[in-house]
Structure formats: structure tokens, C-alpha cells
Design a protein around this ligand. Structure first.
Ligand code: SF4
Length: 348
């Protein structure tokens, strides 16, 4: 751990990035995937004096503020956010915030309803293999026709796709018994990219780690649509380099995301009526080139009223659709978020 040195220039570690909010700021620790709140005064110091000495800061803020400045640096040193060095600033270049991915599609959400899947799943899988896909969410919509063998059948089809993770949504058929969770655990063990099984419409909500596969089994009382509308919460915030860079350049929820409904129609969001054709007639390759289809992808949190003032804006994925207000020449949401950056309080 560094020692406090008043005469040697201090530097923030490149992967520790302060982000300013309306009332307070956050240091995003992109390497440890963690964060800490800091006052906006400290944000200002970090921005203005990085590469300068603590004595330079004292010169500007006066000797009356020495003890506050010392406290700030004790905190920064303890958290290992800063180090001291006489090397010039050019030795510590900032992170490159350009965002690129080794796949063309970030997430595809595919709805499956009984036999309808046979019409389009094979075509989709063929295209996903060519384009690459980061994550797949499979939503089984029909309680009557859902079965474990249907689930296995579908997962077998997705088995050879070069995809990092698969999430599953299945309807509840009542109480989840030990035997059922063991069956799901075994399935996750065979298909190891399944990292979470969500059971919706269950009689109670709970979640636990499955013992063999280390996948999560999560149950929700609410129906599927309610969950997909879920607003941001502190538990769902994610600090990592990929999301941080993506959020600087794109809308982190809509960028590279595709929804395919149970008939094989493409949608930009689950909440829109505008379809962009069917798997049978429009290729994924052509779909992702359509500028109309990508219109929400390029609206960053920095472009949206309220979010632009929020300290969580580079760790939060929010599915609300931003609307452009001509009068204000700005994007905004027509519904309120769970969090207010102006009062720093959560509604729920
Ligand atoms: S205000 Fe915007 S950035 Fe902040 S938590 Fe809500 S949706 Fe996320």
C-alpha cells in the first residue's frame, strides 16, 4: 500500500474511474468490479489534480482544509485507488474507451411456445453461428406444453453455438421440489453455459446456487412480462470494463439486442409493436444493418435526461425506451426510474 506523500505527484490507477453524479460521485474499480461513493468535492480534486501533489491541492484549497484533504487521501490509499510517482503523466495513459466485441449480437431473447419453435430455431442457430452471439435468453411461454424434455431438446440444439451464456425462463408448475431442482441442476451440468434458470409465476420468490452446476435457480411470483419490465435496482448494478465502455458509446440495454417472438418475428424491444420481419424472410445479417432497428442502440445514458446526472449511469442497464422531446431537444423517459440522482434515494 502507498504511503501518503505530500510532495510526490499522485495518480489514480487507470482502471479506477471517477464518475460524477448530481449530488455525489462514484469511483468505478473496473479491475476489482467494485465501486465506492465519494463526495463531488473529491471528484473535482481527482479530475483537476491527477498527476499533481497533495501540496498543490492544499495550495488551492487553503490550510483550513488540510485535514479533509488528508482524510480523502487516507481513503484513496486504503482502497488502493491512487499511487505516488515522480514519473510523468505520459507513463500512465488513460484506458481506451472504444467498445468492440468479438460477436455481432450481444443478446438474443427467443420466445418458445410449444411446437412453434421448429419453424425458426434451426435457421436462427445457423445464423447465430456465423454472426456470433454473446448471450442467449430462452423464454418458454406455454405452461401446458412446457416439459423438461422440450427444454433438453432445445438446449441440445444450442449446444455447439460459441455463446458465453444461456439464461432460461420456464413457467412454474407449482412447488419446486428437491427432485425437480436436481433435474435442473443436472441439465445445467450437461449444458454448462446455462448460468441461470428463472422459474416465473411461482408461489414464492427465492434463489439459490445449484450444487453441481453452480448455476442459479431463481423463482419469481410475477409473470414473465413483469420481470422483463423490471427497473434498475442496486443488486442489478454491474461494474466491469465491458459494460463501462459500452455505456460510454451505446445504450447498454439495447445495443446488439434482438427479440424473437413465438412466431419468429423480430422486435427491437419486447414493449414495441413494430416488427422487423420474420426469421423465414429476413436474415439476422440484414436485420442488424437496418438503421431503424438500431435506433435505440445509439442513445447513451449521457444523452438521456435524469440518467445523465446519475452516478450509476455506466453500471446500469435499463429497459425503458427513451423518447426524444423536440421542445427540450433531448431524450427522456416517460416513466420514473426507481432511483433519483437528485435525492439519492431508491423508491423500492
Ligand atoms: S436514473 Fe438512469 S442511470 Fe440512474 S439508476 Fe435510473 S436508469 Fe440507471
Amino acid at each position: 500500500m502507498s504511503k501518503m506523500n505530500f510532495n510526490e505527484p499522485y495518480f489514480l490507477y487507470t482502471n479506477c474511474i471517477p464518475v460524477k453524479g448530481f449530488n455525489r460521485s462514484i469511483i468505478y474499480d473496473l479491475q476489482r468490479e467494485d465501486y465506492e461513493f465519494i463526495p463531488n468535492d473529491l471528484y473535482q480534486i481527482l479530475k483537476e489534480f491527477n498527476g499533481k501533489t497533495i501540496n498543490d491541492i492544499i495550495k488551492k484549497y487553503g490550510k483550513n482544509n488540510i485535514s479533509a484533504i488528508e482524510d480523502y487521501f487516507l481513503f484513496l490509499i486504503e482502497k488502493e485507488y491512487v499511487f505516488f510517482s515522480n514519473l510523468s503523466k505520459s507513463h500512465f495513459p488513460p484506458l481506451d474507451m472504444e467498445f468492440s466485441k468479438p460477436y455481432k449480437i450481444s443478446t438474443i431473447v427467443i420466445d418458445i411456445d410449444s411446437d412453434s419453435y421448429v419453424k425458426y430455431i434451426d435457421t436462427l442457430i445457423y445464423e447465430l453461428k456465423t454472426l456470433g452471439c454473446g448471450a442467449i435468453s430462452l423464454r418458454f411461454l406455454n405452461k401446458k406444453t412446457f416439459s423438461i424434455s422440450l427444454l433438453e431438446n432445445i438446449l441440445e440444439k444450442f449446444k455447439d453455438l460459441p455463446t458465453r451464456s444461456i439464461e432460461i425462463w420456464i413457467p412454474s408448475k407449482g412447488q419446486i421440489k428437491k427432485a425437480e431442482s436436481e433435474i435442473l441442476d443436472n441439465i445445467c451440468l450437461i449444458y454448462q453455459r446455462v448460468y441461470r434458470v428463472n422459474v416465473y409465476g411461482h408461489i414464492e420468490s427465492f434463489s439459490f446456487l445449484l450444487k453441481k452446476s453452480y448455476s442459479y435457480l431463481c423463482t419469481y411470483v410475477e409473470n414473465l412480462e413483469y420481470k422483463m419490465h423490471a427497473l434498475p435496482s442496486l443488486e442489478n448494478m454491474v461494474v466491469n470494463l465491458e459494460l463501462f465502455c459500452e455505456s460510454q458509446n451505446f445504450n447498454s440495454y439495447y445495443n446488439g439486442k434482438i427479440f424473437v417472438d413465438k412466431e419468429g418475428y423480430y422486435f427491437q424491444t419486447l414493449f414495441s409493436d413494430q416488427s422487423f420481419g420474420n426469421v423465414a424472410s429476413v436474415s439476422l445479417q440484414d436485420l442488424i444493418k437496418l438503421s431503424e432497428f438500431k435506433k435505440y442502440s445509439i442513445i447513451k445514458k449521457d444523452d438521456i435526461k435524469v440518467c445523465m446526472d446519475c452516478e450509476f449511469r455506466y453500471m446500469c442497464s435499463d429497459s425503458r425506451i427513451p423518447e426524444f422531446k423536440i421542445k427540450e431537444n433531448q431524450y427522456e423517459h416517460t416513466t420514473l426510474c426507481n432511483y433519483s440522482p437528485y435525492s439519492n434515494s431508491w423508491i423500492n
